[in-house]
Design a protein. Structure first.
Length: 234
């Protein structure tokens, strides 16, 4: 669902730059993917979303959107977004893949002194994800639907080391995924990303409106899984 008429959407495929990231600077409001997706999500779900990002300047590498109500529901972590499940988009400039989907972060179990605010707390959505990674669970059914049937990819583990990348060709089941996540080094940031991958060729062959509609469609597809990890449902 688009909250703006397609004629008012100025986003273009070249704003997904596979060498520099997602272009957000030096653009008109109608061209900014942050504004377009936030409006689309708020219209669909009837509630406010918080925008987060990694990067600076004109190009960002990662942008995320999370329901404000879920963050506000957290008794210990309502002042930060680390503990919240979130929709995300990212350009992997190494593998030349555009990623769009769901992310759940673990943060640090043993946080460096300078990153105490990033330490895993008991109210983070991570705990519901880990608890749900069981054979026969609703989370398993959603993962099998999205990965095996719909062609999503999964990244599970530390952002720095011991990561694992899965697709329908090598999805090992939820027990192995859970073990990988549990084994991520406690002094590393770790997480779970379920995303639909698009190559540079596929992006370049699309219109800007097609890409926006695809991103919102992917967010809609992962919403049932997202709801299984959050304190509130959308």
């Amino acid at each position: 669902m688009l909250s703006l008429p397609t004629s008012a959407i100025g986003f273009r495929p070249e704003f997904l730059d596979f060498r520099r990231g997602i272009r957000v600077g030096n653009l008109e409001e109608s061209e900014r993917i942050t504004r377009i997706l936030k409006l689309g999500l708020e219209a669909r779900y009837g509630q406010g979303f918080v925008t987060e990002r990694w990067g600076r300047g004109v190009f960002w590498h990662w942008i995320a959107f999370l329901p404000r109500a879920n963050r506000e529901a957290k008794p210990l972590s309502s002042h930060v977004s680390f503990g919240c499940s979130k929709f995300f988009i990212s350009v992997d400039t190494e593998d030349k893949i555009f990623q769009c989907g769901l992310q759940v972060e673990r943060g640090y179990v043993k946080a460096p002194r300078a990153f105490r605010s990033c330490k895993l707390r008991t109210d983070w959505d991570w705990h519901r994800l880990m608890k749900g990674l069981r054979t026969g669970s609703a989370i398993e059914r959603e993962l099998r639907r999205l990965i095996v049937r719909e062609g999503f990819s999964l990244y599970a583990g530390s952002w720095e080391t011991e990561n694992a990348q899965f697709s329908r060709k090598n999805f090992p089941g939820v027990a192995r995924v859970r073990r990988l996540l549990a084994a991520a080094p406690k002094n590393h940031w770790a997480g779970f990303q379920l995303y639909f991958p698009m190559t540079e060729e596929e992006v370049r062959g699309s219109t800007g409106v097609d890409l926006v509609e695809s991103m919102l469609a992917v967010f809609h597809e992962v919403t049932p899984l997202m709801n299984l990890t959050m304190q509130i449902k959308i």
